[in-house]
Design a protein around this ligand. Structure first.
Ligand SMILES: Cc1ncc(COP(=O)(O)O)c(C=O)c1O
Length: 407
């Protein structure tokens, strides 16, 4: 008799965005006369930068000619893209990351989800609350947690982001082996200072732990004092893996391209205490299970590192940050405390009420969709995430409707 992986039965309810979609379609079906504005799911709305489109076209033409046609590419990504990333995202910020420490992939979601495979199943996890659900769910699937009780999985150290700590958790007193961090944060939009990140690097060194640093939103950082990469912190090369994505930087959510940095100096140990470089394990994992990103997509991604590409992606992120500023200002006028939106495309509102009730209220009275904070974890209760990914026109209209609804 074929049996299932019973760890899947521990997963709580269905995926957050599926729940939201269900409520929104039920509302839209009942009220076809209303236009619903979605400030919920974090998907981009603006088209690809022109440099990326030009590169896509040119690379497609190469694929049409026998002389320039490409079949399977390197599983780790083409050198032209790995080198551009090393130069522009790392060397330019004083970080020592070599091109062959960069693994190009089809998404930070897959990489964040897959990375846990290279670690033992009985390690101690430290995971933020609220959290991008992929970090916790993939560990539940792999059997690294006990059952869920009261919204929390047994055996996990939750790193709580609350109004009291400015939504940036301090290092815990208890040791953990694998720590997930995300800055600028999804869902809170909070950013971590150099000193806060340095405390995490010191923690990892102290406990022979590994930090998984998700900086999918680094392109939104405008405060020059905030690090874009964990490798801007001294010693991080020995303890941290970093995930980045072109999804929000350049509108690649539907195009799919991202990368993971695994420095050759990051180690993990076997049962006998022998160290192993994680670079070799991740390389083994990727070459066995992944066959690379399409050549035209990698060419499109590389185009963002040209002069015109940098200007166009900056304009794109500036545009969303303009939306974010309007959202923050509107929440301020309504007397709602919030964080994020200044160095991130998300605004995290302290609603002062049950987060699903707030969601229903915005949907029913303003026909605006937000994301209820409780969907991201226990500490998300009482909060809601508003995303800046939309047209200016929709954001302005949504904010007018919210102001009328909440007045
Ligand atoms: C924190 C975080 N990491 C990773 C991702 C996934 O990025 P990608 O589109 O590259 O899979 C997202 C997307 O919403 C995210 O919010």
């Amino acid at each position: 008799m074929i049996r299932i992986n019973e760890n899947y039965t521990k997963l709580t309810a269905s995926y957050l965005f599926a729940d939201i979609a269900k409520r929104v379609s039920a509302y839209a079906a009942a009220h076809p006369e209303h236009k619903v504005i979605r400030l919920g799911i974090g998907d981009v709305t603006e088209p690809l930068p022109p440099v990326c489109v030009e590169a896509l076209h040119a690379a497609s033409d190469e694929m049409a000619q026998r002389a320039s046609f490409k079949g399977y590419g390197p599983e780790q990504g083409y050198a032209f893209l790995r080198e551009a990333v090393a130069e522009h995202d790392y060397a330019a910020r004083g970080c020592h990351i070599a091109a062959d420490e960069i693994f190009i992939s089809d998404g930070a979601k897959c990489d964040c989800g897959n990375i846990q495979e290279i670690f033992a199943t009985d390690i101690r996890l430290a995971i933020p609350d609220p959290v991008y659900p992929v970090y916790i769910d993939t560990n539940v699937m792999a059997g690294r947690t006990g059952p869920n009780a009261d919204g929390r999985y047994e055996g996990v150290c939750y790193l709580e982001s609350t109004p009291a700590n400015g939504y940036v958790p301090a290092v815990p007193s208890a040791p953990a082996d694998l720590v997930y961090l995300c800055f600028p944060n999804n869902p809170t939009g909070a950013v971590a200072t150099r000193a806060q990140l340095a405390a995490w690097v010191a923690y990892a060194k102290r406990h022979q732990a590994v930090l998984l640093f998700d900086s999918a939103y680094e392109a939104f950082i405008r405060d020059p004092a905030i690090p874009h990469s964990i490798y801007e912190i001294e010693g991080a090369r020995d303890v941290a893996i970093e995930f980045r994505s072109f999804s929000k930087t350049a509108g690649f959510t539907g195009t799919r391209c991202a990368y993971t940095v695994v420095p050759k100096t990051v180690m993990a140990w076997d049962r006998s205490g022998k160290p192993h470089p994680l670079h070799a394990l991740w390389n083994r994992r990727q070459t066995t299970k992944f066959n690379g990103v399409a050549y035209p997509i990698q060419k499109a991604a590389a185009a963002i590192y040209t002069g015109a590409g940098k200007e166009q992606t900056r304009a794109l992120t500036d545009f969303y940050l303009g939306n974010a500023r309007l959202i923050r200002e509107a929440m301020g006028r309504l007397g709602l405390a919030c964080v994020g939106g200044d160095n991130a495309p998300y605004i995290w509102i302290n609603t002062g009420q049950d987060s699903w009730k707030f969601f229903d209220l915005l949907l029913e009275r303003a026909q605006v969709v937000c994301t209820p904070g409780a969907g991201f974890g226990r500490c998300g209760e009482g909060h809601a995430r508003i995303s800046a990914f939309n047209s200016r026109e929709n954001v302005v209209e949504a904010l007018e409707r919210i102001a009328r609804a909440l007045r």
